[in-house]
Design a protein around this ligand. Structure first.
Ligand code: NDP
Length: 292
C-alpha cells in the first residue's frame, strides 16, 4: 500500500476522547472500525462512514493498528484478554491511549508481547475538542518500529512525540504534566475558597487569579535549565523570602476556618532546603531537594 493511502485503523472505546480520535481518523480518510461497550455510541461515527464492530474480536481483526482509549488500563486488558487468548492480537500493533501509570504501561507492553503484539503506550495532552488541532500532542513510548510505521495515522490526532523505548515513559511525562496542572488547580481551589469564605464575590477575583497565574507560570520554564546545570542562585525571590512568607498563607487560611491540606506540602520542603543552606537559591532548588 502506498504510504500516502490512509491505513485502516480500529478504535476500542468511544467515550469523549475515543469519539474525537476516531473522528479525526475518519476526517483524514482512514478506513475506520469502531467498537464500544455500549454499542449505541458507534452511531454518529457509523453515519460518517465508520464500520461498527459487534465484538472486540471483530474490531481487532479489521486493522493492523488497534487504538484503545478506555477509562482505565484494567478495562483495556479486560476487554482484550479473550481476543489475546485466542491468538487475535498476533501481528497487531496495540496503541493504548488510556490514562495510566508507567508501571501499568510496562505490564501491558509485556502482556501484549506475550500475545504477539507490538505495544506503544500514549499520553494524550489535549482535551477532546483539541484533537486534530494545532495545540494537541500525544507522548508515545514503547516499540519504536511500530510507532514509526503507524506515525502517519497517529499524526491525525496531533503532534507525535516519541519519548523512549521504555513503554512507561509516555505515562511518566503525561503524569508529570498532569501533576503540574493539578498543583495549579489545588492552589486555585484554595484561593477561591479563601475569598468565598470571607463572603466576597469570587467572579472578579477569579479573573485576577487567572491573570496572576498566567504571569507566574513562565518562571517554571527556567527551572529545568537551573536543575540541569545545578545553578539555582537568584536575586529575585529566594527561598529565604518564600520561607518567611508561606506561614502567613497557612495562618490566614486556618484563621478563616479552612482546611489547608491542599497547600501544606511546600512548607516542610522549604524548611529542609533552607536548613541545608540553600536559602539564597530560587524555587527551582525545591525540585532538586525533592528528587533526591
Ligand atoms: P469517557 O468516560 O467519556 O469514556 C470512557 C470509555 O471507556 C467509554 O468508551 C466506556 O464505554 C469505556 N469503558 C469504561 N469501562 C469499561 C469497561 N469495563 N469495559 C469496556 N469499556 C469500558 O472517558 P474519555 O473518553 O474522556 O477518556 C478516555 C481515556 O482518555 C481516559 O483514560 C482519560 O483519562 C483519557 N483522557 C481523557 C481526556 C479528556 O479530556 N476527556 C484528556 C486526556 C486523556 P461505555 O460507553 O460503554 O461506558
Amino acid at each position: 500500500m502506498p504510504t500516502n493511502t490512509p491505513a485502516p485503523v480500529t478504535f476500542l472505546g468511544l467515550g469523549n476522547m475515543g469519539q474525537a480520535l476516531a473522528s479525526a481518523a475518519l476526517t483524514a480518510g482512514h478506513p475506520t472500525t469502531v467498537w464500544n461497550r455500549t454499542p449505541a455510541r458507534t452511531g454518529p461515527l457509523a453515519t460518517r462512514g465508520a464500520t461498527p464492530a459487534a465484538t472486540v474480536a471483530d474490531a481487532v481483526a479489521a486493522s493492523e493498528l488497534v487504538i484503545a482509549c478506555l477509562l482505565t488500563n484494567d478495562t483495556v486488558t479486560e476487554a482484550l484478554t479473550p481476543v489475546a487468548e485466542s491468538g487475535g492480537l498476533t501481528g497487531k500493533t496495540l496503541v493504548n491511549l488510556t490514562n495510566g501509570t508507567p508501571n501499568q504501561a510496562r505490564e501491558i507492553a509485556s502482556w501484549a508481547k506475550d500475545h504477539g503484539a507490538a505495544y506503544v503506550d500514549g499520553g494524550i495532552i489535549a482535551v477532546p475538542e483539541m484533537i486534530g488541532g494545532p495545540a494537541a500532542y500525544v507522548y508515545y513510548s514503547g516499540d519504536e518500529e511500530a510507532f514509526t510505521a503507524h506515525r502517519p495515522t497517529l499524526a491525525r490526532f496531533g503532534d507525535t512525540r516519541f519519548v523512549g523505548t521504555d513503554p512507561g515513559f509516555a505515562a511518566l511525562y503525561d503524569v508529570a504534566l498532569l501533576t503540574g496542572m493539578y498543583g495549579l488547580f489545588s492552589g486555585a481551589t484554595q484561593a477561591l475558597a479563601l475569598i468565598r469564605s470571607a463572603g466576597l464575590p469570587t467572579a472578579p477575583f477569579a479573573e485576577e487569579l487567572n491573570q496572576w497565574l498566567a504571569a507566574m507560570a513562565p518562571s517554571t520554564a527556567h527551572w529545568g535549565k537551573a536543575l540541569d546545570t545545578d545553578s539555582h542562585l537568584t536575586d529575585v525571590s529566594n527561598l529565604n523570602v518564600n520561607q518567611a512568607a508561606l506561614p502567613n498563607l497557612l495562618t490566614t487560611h486556618l484563621d478563616q476556618g479552612l482546611p489547608v491540606d491542599l497547600i501544606t506540602g511546600l512548607q516542610p520542603l522549604l524548611d529542609r532546603a533552607v536548613a541545608e543552606g540553600h536559602g539564597h537559591d530560587g524555587l527551582s532548588r525545591l525540585a532538586e531537594v525533592l528528587s533526591r
